[in-house]
Write a protein that binds this ligand. Structure first.
Ligand SMILES: [Zn+2]
Ligand SMILES: [Zn+2]
Length: 102
């Protein structure tokens, strides 16, 4: 997976469950494609994480094996999504498209 290379660069090995869960979700941010494990988090695609029991989200990802329900996102991408805003990548992508059509 995309991960193994970066994995060795991280001083503190991540919890194995996180590694497995993120790898299951393609090992990168669905927004910007970054794959630095420490910065990746699990996102609920439909923003319905509050419906789930508390506990380990990585276990839930691995148990459900549902790539439609979960995605991995970089922390800043995830935070922007949580606030209902665009992250920097989306803003820049939109700016590029705008330049292109004008
Ligand atoms: Zn991203
Ligand atoms: Zn992003």
């Amino acid at each position: 997976m995309a991960y193994l290379y970066r994995y060795h660069l991280i001083k503190t090995p991540p919890a194995e469950k996180k590694l497995k869960a993120i790898n299951f979700l393609w090992g990168l941010c669905r927004c910007c494609g970054e794959s630095f494990l420490a910065m990746l988090s699990i996102d609920h695609v439909q923003n319905d994480g509050h419906l789930e029991r508390s506990g380990n989200v990585y276990s839930r990802v691995l148990n459900s094996r549902d790539r439609g329900r979960y995605q991995s996102l970089y922390l800043n991408c995830n935070q922007a999504k949580g606030r209902g805003q665009e992250c920097q990548h989306q803003r820049e992508a939109r700016a590029l498209i705008w330049q292109h059509v004008t």
